[in-house]
Design a protein around this ligand. Structure first.
Ligand code: XMP
Length: 521
């Protein structure tokens, strides 16, 4: 495997993604990891990421110099380039004018790293400091006007680095450069494919579980569904999938989940009909946080009741994914992503209950999880499902939840999804991209606790408005309202008013996040 030493949160992830895109397995570790820890992980290559700091800043992230003595090939980008230079005896200087954005490098001589790329090429730069003289043993292989050492290499020791960022798409030959390093220089094989991953994961789960039983809370979301499909392949009916139906899912969703997991996969599927219990608990509850608390607490009560009834369960499978671990690790340890396992503590285990955890997706990014899902035969509507909050429709009904409001919201939401699924599909056909710039990322209906006057036929109505929410986003941290074509909006509006009884008005939420949030509660 290739280890990415991360010197600044978001940089390492992108590099690991690019390496994986070339079918080589890559993991992220903290930039200041001791050489002994790195060696123990038996990497085939190391990549030093960029980072926001200056190597001369007081609290600049450091690198254990012994890392360069391990005999493992090292490639450094940006901060990684500078820290390699300064650690091995070169000079890094603060330059007057930094370079930000596209720059043109000129290759001066033969380079293993830049092999098969043009002598003059566009790269992506983002730096203030620059290496002013390369360490002994290194050859400078390219430069720009503002940057005398844009790349350097010591082929003897297999140390390579670039001031620019080959991992970003704006660097014309970034992929070629990374391939040169991984395949020609390190001699790695592009063998990390979805097929081989499924095989390895299935074998790993089988070996770990042995004859024991595994339980899983299946929500119907991508992550838990992929874990279920993987475990199903590994241990079949010794997997108990607990699907808790709180009555707050979208229209037809419980039926779809049941259909897939009870007929397509050979697992022990338990459909818990908890709709009435939830309805009773939520009656009259208006406060959003109180709704969340009730729904979350009841969820685990229902789940542990099944676990106890099932008996003999040794393992709990969970859909934790890599960003959960990287993020919780980074926050708790100031960047030492590799040392933290995960956020298990979120599950309120009852007194005396404990399970061993299985988290087969804990080293995968979201889109890799989707690919795994496809590989395992899950249908597109699960694999490409938009995010859906755990408390479900309860936090999209403003005010107290009741059966009538739920019915209205489910019907209106089904129309929104149908129309915007089709809209996204049209964009996908035009652009070839699943998440193109203008496709909607999350879209749904909200039912506010108000009424308004309307006129239908010759009758005055006093009905409910429905609010349409549709946003573009990549990670839910920030979002913008989708600039949907007027005819798409018009069609959604007329369908909702015509088809959903009790609704006489549709409004579109045109607020970004921040200042609003994606959900209304
Ligand atoms: P907000 O509304 O905070 O939502 O902009 C960001 C993303 O998180 C989802 N969301 C939740 N997911 N439990 C969840 O599992 C929750 O209580 C919850 N609240 C919001 C929301 O759908 C969006 O994708």
């Amino acid at each position: 495997k290739v280890l990415v030493l991360d010197f600044g949160a978001q940089y390492g992830q992108l590099i690991a993604r690019r390496v994986r895109d070339l079918h080589v397995y890559s993991e992220i570790v903290a930039g200041d990891s001791p050489a002994a820890d790195i060696e123990a992980m038996e990497p085939s290559a190391l990549i030093l990421s960029g980072g926001p700091a200056s190597v001369y800043a007081e609290d600049a992230p450091e690198i254990d110099p012994a890392i360069f003595e391990l005999g493992v090939p090292v490639l450094g980008f940006c901060y990684g380039h500078q820290i390699m230079a300064s650690t091995l005896g070169g000079q890094v200087a603060h330059v007057e004018v930094g370079e930000y954005g596209p720059a043109s490098i000129e290759r001066e001589r033969e380079s293993r790293l830049l092999n098969a790329t043009p002598l003059k090429q566009t790269v992506w730069m983002s730096h203030r400091d620059a290496v002013s003289s390369a360490p002994a043993g290194f050859t400078v292989t390219s430069s720009t006007e503002a940057c005398p050492v844009a790349s350097m290499e010591d082929h003897q020791r297999r140390l390579y680095s670039t001031q620019f960022h080959p991992e970003v798409r704006h660097t014309e030959c970034g992929e070629q450069i990374l391939s040169n390093f991984l395949f020609d220089i390190c001699g790695l094989e592009p063998s990390w494919t979805m097929e081989s991953i499924v095989e390895a994961k299935v074998a790993e789960i089988r070996e770990r579980v042995g004859d024991a039983r595994v339980i899983l809370a299946l929500s119907g979301g991508v992550d838990s569904s992929v874990v279920a499909a993987l475990c199903a392949r590994a241990i079949g009916p010794r997997l108990t999938c607990v699907f808790i139906n709180h009555g707050l899912l979208r229209k037809n969703e419980p039926e779809q989940v049941e259909e897939i997991f009870s007929s397509q996969f050979d697992v022990d599927f338990v459909h818990v009909h908890a709709e009435e219990r939830y309805a009773a608990l939520l009656a009259g509850v208006v406060d959003p946080e109180e709704k969340r608390r009730i729904i979350g607490t009841q969820f685990w009560e229902e789940f542990f009741a099944v676990a106890q009834r099932t008996g003999g369960v040794r393992f709990l499978a969970q859909g934790t994914i890599y960003p959960d671990i990287i993020e919780s690790g980074a926050r708790k340890t100031g960047g030492r992503a590799a040392t933290i396992k995960s956020h298990h503590n979120l599950i309120p285990f009852p007194e005396g209950v404990s399970f061993d955890l299985i988290e087969p997706l804990d080293h995968f990014f979201k889109d890799e999880v989707r690919e795994l899902g496809l590989q395992l035969g899950l249908p597109g509507h699960i694999v490409y499902r938009q995010p859906f909050p755990g408390p479900g429709l309860a936090i999209r009904i403003i005010g107290a939840v009741d059966a009538e409001k739920l019915a209205i919201l489910k019907d209106a939401d089904a129309i929104v999804r149908e129309e915007l699924d089709a809209y996204n599909e049209r964009l996908f056909r035009q652009t070839g991209e699943r998440n193109s710039a203008h496709s909607c990322w999350q879209y749904f209906a909200v039912l506010p606790d108000i009424r308004s006057v309307g006129v239908m036929g010759d009758e005055r109505t006093y009905g409910r408005p429905v609010i349409l929410r549709a946003v573009e986003s990549t990670d839910a941290m920030t979002a913008d309202w989708a600039r949907l074509p007027y005819d798409v909006l018009a069609h959604i509006s007329s369908r909702i008013v015509a088809e959903v009884g009790g609704v006489n008005r549709v409004a579109y939420d045109i607020t970004s996040k921040p200042p609003a949030t994606i959900e209304w509660e």
